[in-house]
Ligand binder design. Structure first.
Ligand code: VGL
Ligand code: ZN
Length: 195
């Protein structure tokens, strides 16, 4: 697919085997690695061995210690992805594909829940949306955790803003199985492609 990019959402230890371990996380990692292999084969690798023609963007939940999302502050979740902790790190199997300028942090404002990666910002202060436009991306493949929250919100924001969105069904993990199915159905009805 030309003019395409992959957005990997919240494949972070707290969602894999930490405080918010999600169902299907191991499968999601495997599915993501398979997708990356497939999407990058047949293109020119850069000096790190990673194929550079197909941008891979990472979204990272990145909360301050007392975030409104946490139960102690009245939110729905246990503490997770606290800045500077192991739980906030990208799974090691994906690290070869991580580039700093293509990593977008969200949930940093202590008073604001932010499920969508769409307005996540990289260390240079650019938003995900801004960088996708700079890269001339039209088709966005999305995978990651959790289907019902950050994946869905990110996919919907991308679709609303004119991108063609493809969710990789074999590279997802979820909080709740019924919620996962419901979110897939909703996205399908909204014109997001499930592949
Ligand atoms: C997420 C709940 C709280 C997610 C993040 O990545 O789906 N869910 N923070
Ligand atoms: Zn969070």
């Amino acid at each position: 697919m030309k003019d395409s990019a992959l957005v990997v959402v919240d494949m972070l230890y707290d969602f894999i085997d930490g405080t918010m371990a999600c169902q299907g996380a191991e499968g999601a990692i495997e599915g993501t690695l398979k997708a990356i292999e497939k999407l990058t084969s047949g293109t020119d690798a850069d000096e790190t061995g990673v194929h550079s023609t197909y941008p891979i963007l990472f979204v990272r939940d990145h909360h301050p210690e007392k975030h409104c999302s946490f139960a102690e502050q009245g939110g729905p979740w246990p503490p997770h992805c606290v800045q500077g902790t192991h739980g906030a790190d990208v799974h090691e199997s994906l690290l070869p594909y991580v580039k700093e300028d293509l990593t977008f942090f969200k949930g940093e404002d202590p008073a604001k829940e932010q499920y969508s990666g769409f307005e996540g910002v990289n260390p240079a202060g650019q938003s995900l949306c801004e960088v996708l436009r700079l890269l001339d991306v039209q088709n966005v493949l999305v995978c990651g955790i959790a289907t019902e929250f950050c994946v869905r919100n990110t996919a919907e924001d991308l679709a609303k803003n004119g991108f063609e969105v493809y969710v990789l069904q074999d590279a997802l993990a979820w909080v709740d199985a019924a919620g996962h199915v419901e979110a897939l159905k909703a996205m399908d009805e909204e014109g997001i492609h499930l592949i």
